[in-house]
Design a protein around this ligand. Structure first.
Ligand code: ADP
Ligand code: MG
Ligand code: MG
Length: 252
């Protein structure tokens, strides 16, 4: 069974400590949401987990099924089953979406187990249809000139094709209109299974109406300061974050 454990994770950007000790455990079948005000380190957590070079992990650990992720290069983390949809996906000129997807799938599957071209195309076209994406997007350069919403759908397309064990979605709802949000949520929900865990990072509660979390965590100033069930997200939507700060005596 999938088990993802983050223990005492601290991380810095340009010598400024952003993550101040994150503890989180996600099992297969579970959906966890992290909510929090802007600038509290949510994206830093996602990037540190993926091994982005700008973020220096200064302490703690992160493991997937007992394997130390922090020791691995970014592509090895992906191969181990970690998937991250970034808040701001990069554009890559000269690499088509379809080429990118195929090499990502093959990297995940490993040498000697590459997907056949026919099977790949069939899968990609099927998933693009599910996401209501124009087939043209297969042949466009990765994210280049994509709208915000198209980039988000494209991240979900990658997730659907890569069959990850742990999925981290950073603000997958930002820039989506309600129809696109429903399509993206349906894509995520179709992937929920007993051996896959999700970490959904969002500023707004709205997404959680469509992807029901089992656990909700509040992040502030680089720490998870409160955890609960879906009712916590509703209270944050209605009352904002001030009551959490008061309860915990946080001044900013
Ligand atoms: P959130 O995702 O919760 O809005 P971030 O993780 O993006 O927060 O940012 C946390 C803090 O780190 C903020 O103070 C932000 O200004 C800073 N920060 C994030 N990324 C960078 C970066 N690439 N360079 C310098 N500072 C950064
Ligand atoms: Mg932000
Ligand atoms: Mg962010």
């Amino acid at each position: 069974a999938t088990q993802f454990v983050i223990d005492g994770l601290t991380a810095s950007i340009e010598d400024k400590e952003i993550l101040k000790g994150i503890n989180l455990e996600i099992k297969g079948g579970e959906v966890h949401a992290i909510m929090g005000p802007n600038g509290t380190g949510k994206s830093t957590l996602a990037s540190a987990l993926m091994g982005h070079p700008k973020y220096e992990v200064t302490g703690g650990s992160a493991s997937l099924n007992g394997e130390d992720l922090l020791e691995m290069a970014t592509d090895e983390r992906a191969r181990a089953g970690l998937f991250l949809a970034m808040q701001y996906p990069s554009e890559i000129t000269g690499v088509t979406n379809s080429d990118f997807l195929r090499s990502a799938i093959n990297a995940r599957r490993g040498e000697g187990n590459e997907i056949s071209l026919i099977k790949f195309i069939r899968q990609m076209e099927g998933k693009m249809k599910e996401l209501d994406m124009n087939p043209e997007f297969a042949h466009r350069y990765l994210n280049e000139g994509f709208s915000g919403g198209e980039k988000k759908r494209n991240e979900i397309l990658q997730m659907l094709l890569l069959d990850p064990k742990i999925v981290v979605l950073d603000e997958i709802d930002s820039g989506l209109d309600i129809d696109a949000l429903k399509i993206v949520a349906a894509g995520v929900n179709s992937m929920r299974s007993e051996d896959r865990g999700f970490l959904i990072i969002t500023h707004y509660q709205r997404l959680l109406n469509y992807i029901k979390p089992d656990f909700v965590h509040v992040m502030m100033q680089g720490r998870i300061v409160k955890s609960g069930g879906p009712e916590l997200a509703e209270r944050l939507e209605n009352e904002g974050y001030d009551w959490v700060k008061e309860e915990l005596g946080i001044v900013d």
